[in-house]
Design a binder for this molecule. Structure first.
Ligand code: SAM
Ligand code: SF4
Length: 333
């Protein structure tokens, strides 16, 4: 591989050392805040980056200073061959952290495999603790499977297991306490995320976020929230714990208190777009150059270009008028 030395630092001096890779737009759920009921057009097989292409791009990104990679989707377990791909990704020299975000439906039966590859950290999305509501939100009766996967992950020593809860007004905000209480029983990190009005949802059912300040106020009703300092890969969450609780609470506020000033992410979409900001409709195409004989230096230059285009901050997404036109499932959230 050619030598590449310029690190990925944007014009606001943010070091972009975290790459999120959506390996597929396919998903086995249809969460109401992410996909419309009629589904979304699927990328064609040839539109999706091959594993070889992803590995090549990951190697280049690492040369440019990326140290952490998270696989997402769609659901990463929905892509054939993921268990051959993962160990190859993990083995890339210079990478310090590989993790995975999943809806958890296929987690239980794959945990041993993930553990054998050396994966330690998992993010699992779960927006309700009620079976019927789960079915209503996701279109699938899968609560038990996800819950069993989460419990088993903890038993098998995965840490942290982060449980991501997208909080939506009138839908699951009445479960904030129930989720927070889990941190007294389990070493989970329960993370409340403000719903972003950006997915392709059904217009006859508008969804609304709850500001993180209100989430926090509610949580304070359960006990004193003791702040936890940020860790190396702690991400954008404001972290807390309740006294004597083994678990943690995180609050992520992309809408009311966005964390753009400390954003260290780039996103590689399933179709090979390099996206400097989730909520900014701009991508640099990597797939075309990759398939047209670009050298590693050419591809590195595209990474640097994307970094240079990273906006200082995104527009508010509190209104339904955001210019975002991507698909969460191919960008990876
Ligand atoms: N399928 C996997 C999952 O659900 O964890 C990975 C892909 S999903 C797009 C990644 C994350 O984006 C999930 O935690 C999901 O809850 C979150 N997400 C999707 N749409 C969202 C929205 N409109 N607002 C906030 N978070 C959203
Ligand atoms: Fe739900 Fe994730 Fe699938 Fe979107 S990609 S429908 S958030 S499980």
């Amino acid at each position: 591989m050619e030598k590449i030395q310029i690190p990925l630092v944007d014009q606001y001096d943010r070091h972009l050392n975290y790459l999120r890779i959506s390996i597929t737009d396919r998903c086995n759920l249809q969460c109401m805040y992410c996909m419309p009921q009629e589904g979304l057009p699927k990328l064609k097989h040839e539109e999706i980056l091959t594993y070889e292409e992803i590995l090549r791009l990951a190697r280049i990104a690492i040369k440019l200073g990326v140290r952490k990679i998270r696989l997402t989707g769609g659901d990463p377990f929905m892509r054939k061959g993921v268990f051959d791909f993962l160990p190859r990704l993990i083995a890339l020299s210079g990478l310090e952290d590989v993790s995975l975000t999943t809806n958890g439906i296929c987690l239980r039966e794959n945990l041993e495999k993930l553990r054998s590859f050396g994966i330690k950290r998992l993010n699992v999305s779960l927006d309700t603790l009620q079976r019927e509501k789960y079915k209503n939100i996701t279109g699938y009766d899968g609560f038990e499977a996800v819950w069993e996967g989460i419990e088993l992950a903890v038993k098998l020593g995965f840490h942290p297991v982060k449980v991501n809860v997208v909080v939506i007004k009138g839908l699951n905000d009445n479960e904030i306490f129930d989720f927070a209480r889990l941190s007294f029983r389990y070493p989970f990190h329960v993370r409340f995320i403000e719903y972003m009005a950006v997915g392709v949802t059904d217009s006859d059912m508008p969804l609304h976020h709850i500001p993180s300040s209100q989430i926090k106020e509610q949580l304070e009703g359960l006990g004193e929230l003791i702040p936890i300092p940020k860790s190396a890969y702690g991400g954008p969450a404001e972290r807390f714990k309740f006294r004597d609780a083994p678990g943690e609470i995180g609050i992520i506020s992309p809408v009311t208190n966005h964390f753009c000033h400390m954003c260290n992410r780039l996103r590689l979409t399933a179709s090979g777009g390099l996206r400097p900001c989730l909520l900014f409709d701009r991508e640099e195409d990597l797939r075309g150059p990759l398939r047209n004989g670009a050298s590693d230096s050419d591809l590195a230059a595209i990474f640097l270009k994307a970094a240079s285009k990273k906006p200082h901050e995104h527009d508010s997404v509190s209104e339904q008028t955001t210019p975002f036109s991507g698909q969460m499932s191919s960008i990876g959230g």
